[in-house]
Design a protein around this ligand. Structure first.
Ligand code: BJ8
Length: 425
């Protein structure tokens, strides 16, 4: 950290010793995985800076916003509509975590066979190492998978400000009506928290800010169709991860700047890996910072990742929200329409996701798909089988991986990934 943030972390109630240890591991991981890459776009230095200050400067900014009367709202899921948060001048932050922490403490509250994503969020909270959780004025949980849904019953005893949003499980008219009712209830809760009435002008502005950051990410994704790929999958994943933390306007500018640079690279035929490097589409559970294990294994095994069918990726960002409405009602309708298309595996049946994976594999000219399922994640592990079948029908090779946040299986995963890369070469 470039400044001394100790007093800020102390005032947030962080456990300074544990937090220092976490930052050390994070810094080392970043060094070994990210900074060790060759030929990175210069624009990635912005993301290196963001990562080096992810618990420092960014938290200070949040503190300054709070001091100016703005609220911070944290979320664990892409179903929480950021547009509504922005419309109330509040700041939206992602709270999912991608590393094990305080596992022993967590397993006193949650069954051992809970997915790493949920355990990690609890671990960061119990270990008092996450300044985002501590600075949030409202934490939004959502009824998606059983693991999350039931864990919020426990989480509500650990945090003072948990708001639980119900979500549909089927893409039916009734499901859509439930989503609409829940978004209206959320809008009211945000208005109450911020003492701001969300009118059409505010909502339009909120939609514009979030759409702009999605458009920048779409532009970045489109440039990865090139061969050689102008950016590594690891770096593109990082941009998708920072999407959830950064100031949205600054983020949009920074991603667009990288895209300008990537366009020049493409014109010159330059890339991060040689032309003809096997191209992989990653599909499955979301990867939160610092969950870089599998992408790192793939990109050090002779392949390049060209897309992420994930909530930290295209599943989360792919559709824009219609901003043509003129009333709150019309704009809210646009928000409901947009989010109702998110094809998370908690939906049943969920054919859109299978179609989207096949479509992405074709669009990004992937030679194969690696499906990433977190251990104990029923929705994605169950859906991995129909995904594989749908890909087989199109003659697209697929490798199903089931793992967690530990590093114990790195050797074994590397062997399987290398064999898969050989196969698709
Ligand atoms: S919209 S993917 S962000 S719920 S990995 S906690 S599903 S057991 S994260 Fe998700 Fe929203 Fe869906 Fe996206 Fe459960 Fe699976 Fe764990 Fe998961």
């Amino acid at each position: 950290m470039s400044e001394d943030y100790k007093s800020m972390w102390e005032s947030l109630g962080l456990d300074l010793g544990a937090h220092d240890a976490l930052l050390e591991v994070l810094g080392k991981g970043y060094q070994d995985i990210y900074l060790a890459q060759k030929d990175r776009p210069e624009g990635m230095s912005y993301f290196d800076f963001v990562m080096s200050e992810v618990h420092g400067l960014r938290i200070k900014e949040l503190m300054d916003e709070k001091a100016a009367g703005r609220k911070v709202i944290g979320s664990f899921c892409v179903f929480v509509p950021e547009e509504i948060v922005r419309a109330a001048d509040a700041t939206f932050v992602g709270l999912c975590a991608g590393a094990d922490f305080a596992t022993e403490e967590v397993e006193k509250l949650l069954p051992r066979n809970t997915c790493s994503l949920i355990k990690s969020a609890f671990g960061f909270n119990l270990g008092k190492v996450c300044p985002y959780i501590e600075s949030a004025d409202m934490i939004v949980g959502e009824n998606t998978c059983d693991g999350k849904k039931k864990s919020y019953e426990t989480l509500k005893n650990l945090v003072p400000n948990l708001y639980v949003m119900d979500l549909p499980q089927m893409k039916s008219d009734e499901g859509k009506a439930l989503l609409k009712a829940e978004y209206l209830r959320f809008k009211e809760a945000v208005e109450k928290l911020t003492s701001i009435t969300i009118d059409a002008e505010r909502l339009k502005k909120g939609i514009e800010i979030v759409n702009n950051k999605r458009k920048a990410i779409h532009r970045l994704a489109g440039l990865r169709k090139a061969d050689p790929s102008p950016i590594s999958g690891l770096d593109a994943l990082l941009a998708n991860q920072v999407f959830f933390y950064d100031n949205p306007v600054r983020f949009t500018e920074s991603v667009n700047k990288i895209c300008d640079e990537l366009e020049t690279r493409i014109e010159k035929g330059e890339g991060v890996f040689p032309k003809g490097t096997p191209r992989i589409l990653l599909s499955g559970c979301p990867m939160a910072v610092p969950n870089w294990k599998l992408p790192w294994i793939i990109e050090t095994s002779g392949a390049v990742i060209v897309g992420e069918e994930s909530c930290v990726g295209e599943r989360g960002t792919r559709n824009l929200t219609d901003d043509t409405g003129n009333t709150v009602e019309e704009l809210m309708e646009g928000i409901v329409d947009r989010y109702f298309k998110v094809d998370c595996a908690i939906f049943t049946p969920n054919p859109d996701r299978l179609d989207h994976i096949v479509e992405m594999a074709k669009t990004y000219k992937a030679d194969g798909v690696i499906h990433y399922g977190l251990q104990f994640c029923q929705p994605y592990l169950m859906e991995a089988m129909p995904v594989e079948k749908a890909l087989e029908e199109k003659n697209i090779p697929c490798l199903r991986i089931e793992t967690d946040y530990s590093m114990e299986d790195v050797g074994q995963l590397k062997t399987r990934v290398e064999a898969f890369v050989e196969l698709i070469k």
